[in-house]
Design a protein around this ligand. Structure first.
Ligand SMILES: [Zn+2]
Length: 364
C-alpha cells in the first residue's frame, strides 16, 4: 500500500518544488502569508526555523496573535470572514513549518551520517606484539641443549649467605678471590650472590651422586655499567658428579654444547687457569664464530674467543658437602648467558641487552 502511494508521487526531487507543493496545498490569502513564505525560504537550520515559528506563532508577540487581537476592530459583519482567513493563515503556517522541519531534520541526519561514517577501506592499526628477550631466548636454547644431554635444571636464591657463596666453595675469609668479585653485601652474613655456584653446593647437600645439573640465574657484582660490564648479569652453572668423571668428559660435553649452539665447525680448547673451587681449573675458548679461526676484529686476530671458566671439582668442596672425594669426581663450569647472547646475536654493547629499548628488542 505504502509503496503504491509513493509510486504515485511525481518523480521530482527539487526542494523548491516541495515548498511550492506546500504552498499549493496549504495556502492563505492573508497578506502575512507572502512575508512568511519569504522568511521560511531563508531558513537553513532547525534553530532558524524555531525563530521563524516564534515570530509568527508566539502567544504574546507572534504576528498571528497580534492579528487575532485586531479582530475586535472589524465591523461585526466582516468579523467571521476575517476570522476564517486568519485561521487559514495559522493552519497554513503550521503546516509549512512542519514540512520544513521534517526536511531540515532529514538533512541534518544525512550530514551527520556522512560526517560520522567509518571508512572501512583505511588501513588498520598494527598492534604491537611482544617477543622473547634475546637473553631469555639464549637462556632457553642453552637449557634445551643440556636437558637433551640428560641434565636437570635447578635454581637457588639470589640472596645468599656468605657460607654458600664463598666458604663452601673453598673461598675462606681473607682469600684473594673475594676481592676479585666485588660483592654487594646485605649485612655481615647475607649478600647478593656473585655467581650461580652456590646452587651446586645446595644441590649436593640434598642429593647423592650421580648428579648432572645446570643452574641458570641472575648474579650481582659491584661493577660500573659499561659495554662489557653490568652490576647484574646472568650465569649458567653446570655440574656433573659421578664415579670416573674426567677432564675429557668436561671437554667433550662443552664441544657438543657449542657445536649445537653455534655450528658443527666450532672447536673448544682449554687453557690452564685458577678458580678456588676447581682443581685443575681452566679457561675455555671456542674457535671464533665470526672468522672460523682465521683471525678478525672480534677475536683480536687470535682466532679464539674466551667463553667460560671450568674445571674438576676441588676435593675440598666435595668433603664440605659430605661426598667421598676418593670415590667421586666431577666437573663444573660457569658461563655468562649475556656473553653468549652477545656472541650469538653479534651485539657489540652489553647495555643494549638491559636498556630494553623496544627498537632494539623488536629485531629479535
Ligand atoms: Zn675472529
Amino acid at each position: 500500500m505504502i509503496l503504491k502511494a509513493l509510486d504515485s508521487l511525481p518523480r521530482r526531487r527539487n526542494k523548491l518544488w516541495k515548498l511550492e507543493t506546500v504552498v499549493d496545498t496549504e495556502s492563505s490569502s492573508h497578506p502575512l502569508w507572502n512575508t512568511f513564505q519569504l522568511d521560511l525560504e531563508k531558513v537553513t537550520n532547525l534553530e532558524g526555523l524555531t525563530e521563524v515559528r516564534d515570530s509568527y506563532l508566539g502567544r504574546q508577540r507572534g504576528l498571528v496573535a497580534l492579528e487575532m487581537r485586531k479582530l475586535g476592530q472589524f465591523p461585526p459583519s466582516e468579523r467571521p470572514e476575517a476570522g476564517r482567513v486568519l485561521n487559514e493563515l495559522k493552519n497554513a503556517v503550521l503546516k509549512a513549518l512542519e514540512t520544513r522541519q521534517t526536511e531540515l531534520k532529514k538533512r541534518r541526519d544525512e550530514s551527520r551520517v556522512r560526517e560520522e561514517r567509518i571508512d572501512t577501506t583505511l588501513p588498520g592499526y598494527n598492534f604491537k606484539t611482544g617477543g622473547i628477550h634475546p637473553i631469555r631466548r639464549v637462556w632457553r636454547e642453552m637449557e634445551d641443549i643440556f636437558v637433551r644431554m640428560g641434565y636437570t635444571v635447578v635454581v637457588g636464591p639470589e640472596i645468599e649467605s656468605d657460607h654458600y657463596n664463598f666458604e663452601a666453595l673453598n673461598i675462606p675469609k681473607g682469600h684473594p678471590a673475594r676481592d676479585d668479585q666485588d660483592t654487594l653485601y646485605i649485612n655481615d652474613t647475607l649478600l647478593l650472590r656473585t655467581h650461580t655456584s652456590p646452587v651446586q653446593i645446595r644441590t649436593m647437600e640434598q642429593h647423592q651422586p650421580p648428579l648432572r645439573i645446570i643452574a641458570p640465574g641472575r648474579v650481582f657484582r659491584r661493577d660500573s655499567v659499561d659495554a662489557t660490564h653490568s652490576p647484574m648479569f646472568h650465569q649458567m652453572e653446570g655440574l656433573v658428579v659421578d664415579e670416573g668423571i674426567t677432564l675429557a668428559d668436561l671437554k667433550g660435553t662443552l664441544e657438543v654444547f657449542f657445536r649445537e649452539l653455534f655450528s658443527e665447525e666450532t672447536r673448544v680448547r682449554l687453557r690452564p687457569s685458577y678458580f678456588p673451587f676447581v682443581e685443575p681449573g681452566a679457561e675455555v675458548d671456542i674457535s671464533c664464530i665470526f672468522c672460523g679461526g682465521n683471525g678478525c676484529r672480534v677475536c683480536k686476530r687470535s682466532g679464539w674467543i674466551e667463553v667460560l671458566g671450568a674445571g674438576m671439582v676441588h676435593p675440598r668442596v666435595f668433603s664440605m658437602v659430605g661426598y667421598d672425594s676418593e670415590r667421586y669426581t666431577g666437573f663444573a663450569w660457569g658461563m655468562g648467558i649475556d656473553r653468549i647472547a652477545i656472541l650469538k646475536y653479534q651485539v657489540d654493547d652489553m647495555r643494549l641487552l638491559f636498556e630494553n629499548d623496544i627498537r632494539f628488542l623488536s629485531q629479535f
